[in-house]
Design a protein around this ligand. Structure first.
Ligand code: TRP
Length: 342
């Protein structure tokens, strides 16, 4: 098993939006299709990271399983030997390595993390868990010797910190304990990412589609009834200039719909734009999107009900069993280096 490793974390979410689906879930399925022959792919749920945003503890366990089911419903295969799917908290080395790495990470560095600063500004009770989030993330990456960690712009700083920690530890102990993951820009090239799939709210298209939107018509949830979702599309806010012209600044509503349509029918955006440019019938466009959304949700619904949960659990348990071993071996190297093991 000496294929280079692609590692990717999927946030647990009981209720994904269409934006999550098109921006995160589909790319993950494509990643598996494109790379799982030549690479090992680690897909894991950073469940210990869940507490850094408000969480319903009672529902957390099941929402993790449910989010994994959505991945399977979208096409992640459970029968691929090059793909491992596991939960962070089931592999204790993540926590243990974090405690060690904390001592090689500076207060100043963590204080400069943009995500930390933003969250700190919205909340008076900042937990040590939030502050330490990037170190746990570094442990997630470094335990497995992952070269490739495709993350969006919002996680770029955290990836860079993981690289800094790896380089620092390797230098200090004059060894090659950790594989240093590639730089963010190389990651983008490797993955061939057309970054920035940002689906907007249907009713307030200058904002991102989010399940915490106060207006339920602004976002489509994968759990929505297909018929209801279709109605939401039909009543989406569009602009009033009477002609379809793709321009995210000037006509965000119509442009958002065109973007959604191109992703749903898996067509290059330029092509979809060309097909609709200059037309005047907004309803026709909405109907086309509504039909595709309905079809997608019907399929997801069907796939969700066909998932064999015991098969999913077997995949998780077998991956966790194998990855625990990999992680313990790497942990042992650093335990030795720092003098905790002979
Ligand atoms: N922080 C990532 C996010 O919010 C999730 C994550 C945790 C992650 N650990 C990771 C992603 C390790 C990649 C690698 O999306």
């Amino acid at each position: 098993m000496d294929k280079s490793i692609i590692l990717t974390g999927v946030r647990a979410n009981a209720d994904f939006t269409l934006g999550n689906y098109l921006g995160a879930i589909v790319p993950m399925v494509n990643l598996q299709k494109k790379f799982s022959k030549e690479h090992q792919i680690n897909i894991f749920v950073p469940d210990l990271h869940s507490f850094t945003t408000p969480v319903n503890h009672k529902d957390l366990y099941l929402s993790i399983i449910r989010s994994l089911k959505y991945y399977v419903a979208a096409g992640i295969s459970l029968n691929d030997d090059n793909v491992f799917i596991y939960r962070q908290s089931y592999i204790a080395s993540h926590s243990e390595l974090t405690i060690i790495l904390n001592n090689f990470t500076y207060f100043g560095e963590l204080s400069r993390m943009t995500q930390f600063k933003e969250k700190r500004d919205d909340d008076d009770n900042v937990s040590a868990g939030l502050f330490d989030y990037p170190v746990l993330m570094a442990a997630d990456i470094l335990l497995y010797g992952a070269h490739w960690v495709p993350v969006g712009e919002d996680q770029r700083q955290h990836l860079e910190l993981a690289r800094d920690i790896a380089i620092r530890v390797n230098n200090k102990f004059n060894s090659e304990i950790f594989v240093v993951p590639e730089e963010w820009s190389k990651q983008q090239q490797f993955i061939g990412r057309s970054d920035g799939i940002r689906i907007r709210s249907l009713t307030n298209p200058t904002k991102k589609m989010s399940k915490s939107d106060t207006d339920p018509n602004g976002s489509i949830l994968l759990s929505d009834e297909p018929e209801i979702a279709s109605k939401k599309i039909l009543s989406a806010t569009t602009d009033s200039n009477g002609i379809i012209e793709f321009d995210m600044e000037k006509n965000p509503g119509v442009s958002n719909l065109i973007h959604i349509l191109s992703l749903l029918i898996d067509e290059p955006l330029e092509k979809t734009i060309k097909n609709w440019d200059g037309k005047t019938n907004y309803l026709e466009l909405k109907q086309a999107v509504a039909d595709e959304v309905k079809l997608l949700l019907q399929n997801i619904k069907k796939n969700m009900s066909n998932i064999d949960e015991s098969e999913l659990m077997r995949k998780l348990e077998s991956s966790e069993y194998l990855m625990r071993d990999v992680a313990v071996q790497r942990l042992y190297k650093i335990q030795q280096a720092v003098g905790l093991r002979p």
